[in-house]
Design a protein around this ligand. Structure first.
Ligand code: CMC
Length: 431
């Protein structure tokens, strides 16, 4: 018999089993609360609600720990790459040499999209945000790949997962090419994941485009760091949509929409816009921090629902930014160098300020990622698309895990009603 929490309510005592995870995090199991005690829980933003048990990722926000399937993020960042990490997240174990070769080959050979999908782009406004375009096109995949939609057929789900991972860079790069009126570049299956994306983004049919290995490496690192983050807003969205037995493509399309918002993945774009705004005004980081303290603005890239000490991804990216500057020299970075200076100043001021210390607000992954994207020449409105590209394996791993869960149920929270009580319909002449 495990631990029991007791709830005293209206003269009765209810036993609530306590479930303890392998890292000693504990949860009160309230699944019988309504049927036994007539109570539901109220938890705005689900800040204290565990929606599932999961073995994909572990985060300890107080200690700044992030592990994918038990492997520390810093070690993965140093020794692995995005495609290997994708396998790890989906399968639960690192691939053997043969598995890794076969997996990379398969992802490199599912990159083309159906030619008719180009017509989906044609139907959208050229100035649409690429996140809107990508969520539409990924949603449209369920109409082009109808052969593999059944959520309970593991082989078909695996095929859809491969298609998504392999085709997303093509879809993303096309969204950019479409917005600037350049011809779409076909994927090159001899190139690795990040390289191929950069080739499709920046190449043209007029001349060969050689991807700089440092750029491909930096992008691969960014993708790896974004690959998974347990029950965040977009992952929870993917699970919730999938829980109705919706297919993988439509669930991921919904996840992309959830990620777009500036409090979530959209923060990476918002950080650069904030830094540019500060640079265009008077360059004063101090003034901006003061405005954040009066809540006139938010210091974008700061704060996290889970990390209350530091975000380990931000630590790795800060170092990557510094390495980039060391490799290229501050002056050759141009505008990004100025933005990085402001970012460092903002960080320094905020980390010493009682407002931020008291609220445990630290730089998050988005604080530095934008500076690196910018240095790679990625347009600002593509930043969140790259977050989505990175997060794909995590979303898919959760979607698959949910379908294999013996506790599987359609996601359907309750509410406390605060509207009017029963009242009579008022005829038009009496309103
Ligand atoms: N700047 C200024 N004040 C802040 C900030 C910020 N960035 N973040 C939180 N606060 C304040 C907030 O006003 C509140 O103050 P008070 O207690 O006086 O009312 C307190 O800190 C707690 O904030 P909260 O909004 O209740 O915290 P939350 O856990 O609901 O929100 C967050 C987390 C990430 C949405 C929030 O910190 C935020 O808006 N940050 C800026 C946006 C951002 O960088 N988002 C990326 C998150 S990391 C990547 C991802 O998950 O996608």
């Amino acid at each position: 018999m495990g631990e029991i929490a007791k709830l005293h309510f209206r003269g009765k005592v209810y036993d609530l089993p306590v479930y303890t995870g392998i890292e000693n995090e504990s949860a009160v199991d309230i699944s019988r609360l309504r049927s036994d005690a007539g109570l539901i829980t109220l938890d705005p933003g689900y800040a204290n609600t565990g929606s599932c048990k999961s073995s994909v990722c572990f985060i300890d926000g107080e200690k700044g720990i992030l592990r994918y399937r038990g492997y520390d993020i810093a070690e993965l960042a140093e020794k692995s790459n995005f495609i290997e990490v994708a396998w790890l997240l989906l399968k639960g174990e690192l691939p053997t040499r043969e598995e890794r070769e076969s997996w990379s080959w398969q992802i490199q050979h599912h990159t083309m999209i159906h030619e008719d999908i180009k017509r989906v782009y044609q139907g959208l406004p050229k100035d649409a945000h690429p996140m809107a375009v990508c969520s539409s096109v990924v949603g449209a995949l369920s109409s082009f790949y109808q052969d593999a939609l059944e959520p309970r057929d593991e082989d078909l789900v695996w095929l859809s997962a491969k298609r998504l991972l392999a085709k997303f860079p093509t879809i993303a790069a096309y969204s950019y090419k479409f917005s600037i009126g350049q011809p779409f570049m076909y994927p090159m299956n001899n190139l690795a994941y990040a390289e191929n994306f950069l080739q499709m983004m920046f190449g043209t049919p007029c001349e060969p485009y050689i991807v700089h290995p440092t750029a491909a490496k930096a992008l691969d690192l960014l993708l790896l760091l974004h690959a998974e983050h347990e029950q965040n807003c977009s992952t929870s969205t993917v699970r919730l949509v999938g829980s109705s037995m919706s297919n993988l493509f439509s669930s991921i399309s919904a996840g992309i929409s959830a990620l777009w918002g500036r409090l979530h993945g959209g923060a990476n774009q918002a950080v650069i816009e904030m830094l540019e705004q500060i640079a265009a005004e008077d360059g004063s980081a101090k003034k901006f921090v003061e405005r954040a303290k009066t809540k006139e603005v938010r210091l974008m890239g700061f704060g996290h629902r889970v990390y209350k000490n530091f975000d380990p991804r931000a630590k790795i990216l800060k170092k990557a930014c510094e390495d980039l500057i060391a490799a290229r020299g501050m002056t050759s970075l141009g505008e990004e160098a100025r933005l990085l200076e402001i970012a460092l100043e903002l960080e320094e001021i905020a980390l010493r300020d009682d407002y931020f210390i008291g609220r445990k607000l630290y730089p998050n992954v988005d604080f530095y990622s934008g500076i690196i994207y910018k240095a790679l020449g990625i347009p600002v409105n593509m930043f969140t698309v790259l977050f989505a590209m990175g997060r794909l394996p995590g979303w898919i791993a959760h979607w698959m895990e949910m379908h294999q869960d013996t506790d599987f149920k359609i996601g359907r929270p309750r509410q406390i009603y605060t509207g009017p009580s029963l009242r009579k319909y008022v005829p038009m002449e009496k309103r």
